[in-house]
Design a protein around this ligand. Structure first.
Ligand SMILES: [Zn+2]
Length: 257
């Protein structure tokens, strides 16, 4: 079963990753509507004391030391931060959408509400990566950059990498305009038709398939896809689209041991 329950906290964990990992649902936190209840986003209007308590509960559910956190400020880009040590939370966060470490004392942490959580684990070189891929990050090739970063920093061979594509907005709910469809065509070329579906007058984008293709093109073939749509299940997930921007952010964490 990919879903786990730890007291009031419910989270999804990838079964093919033999390391501590969790994509937290919105259940089991302290935030009021519209952030109910396990919101870990600090820039969505929720009280920062709630955000802090929710983050502590999330780490406690996985028995991770809250001081082991390294997070980043997400900007839909392809900048990489190599987390050699935990981050002092009193310091301003670095801006990036790719975070890596080979230090077992570091817990990588990111926040989502429809964008795709992507985890990479190299069991040979003992290194991990977490990334954030919305349509813009996908067009910019965020997973290709993440794989390259693992190669350059840790000597990872792409064939050794295990990749996981987490809960995020699914192809059934992700309607896009012609401008975004055009960008996807530029990014994926002849394979764009595999990720763009017409529904009546509208294009729908399959971000899971797009990132799967880009991982394969980067030489990664061990890929697990959660196949869980955040917009279909707002009882479990924060969904920026389904809740028209009035929502929180759910957390995802990964660590080596
Ligand atoms: Zn859906």
């Amino acid at each position: 079963m990919p879903f786990h329950q730890e007291q009031d906290i419910r989270y999804f964990a990838f079964e093919n990753l033999a390391i501590p990992n969790a994509i937290f649902t919105r259940r089991g936190g302290v935030s009021p509507a519209p952030w109910q209840s396990l919101n870990v986003g600090g820039a969505v209007g929720d009280d920062l004391a709630n955000v802090r308590e929710n983050r502590l509960r999330s780490f406690a559910a996985l028995r991770r030391d809250p001081a082991s956190i390294h997070d980043v400020w997400l900007i839909h880009g392809t900048s990489v931060v190599h987390a050699d040590a935990p981050r002092d939370l009193t310091e301003p966060p670095l801006k990036a959408d790719i975070l890596t470490t080979n230090n077992p004392a570091v817990t990588l942490f990111m926040r989502y509400a429809d964008c795709v959580p992507i985890i990479l684990h190299d069991p040979v070189k003992q290194a991990i990566c977490i990334a954030h891929a919305g349509w813009l990050g996908t067009v910019r090739g965020v997973v290709s950059v993440a794989v390259e970063a693992m190669q350059n920093r840790y000597g990872s061979a792409p064939r050794d990498l295990r990749a996981a594509i987490g809960p995020s907005i699914g192809p059934d709910h992700y309607e896009i305009g012609p401008d975004v469809a055009g960008e996807i065509h530029k990014a994926l070329g002849p394979r764009a038709h595999e990720v763009l579906n017409w529904r009546g007058e509208k294009h729908h984008l399959d971000l899971w398939a797009a990132n799967h293709i880009q991982l394969e093109q980067a030489g990664v073939f061990q890929i697990e896809v959660a196949g869980v749509c955040t917009a279909c299940h707002t009882d479990d997930w924060f969904s920026h689209r389904a809740e028209k921007g009035q929502t929180g952010r759910f957390g995802a964490l990964v660590a080596l041991a």
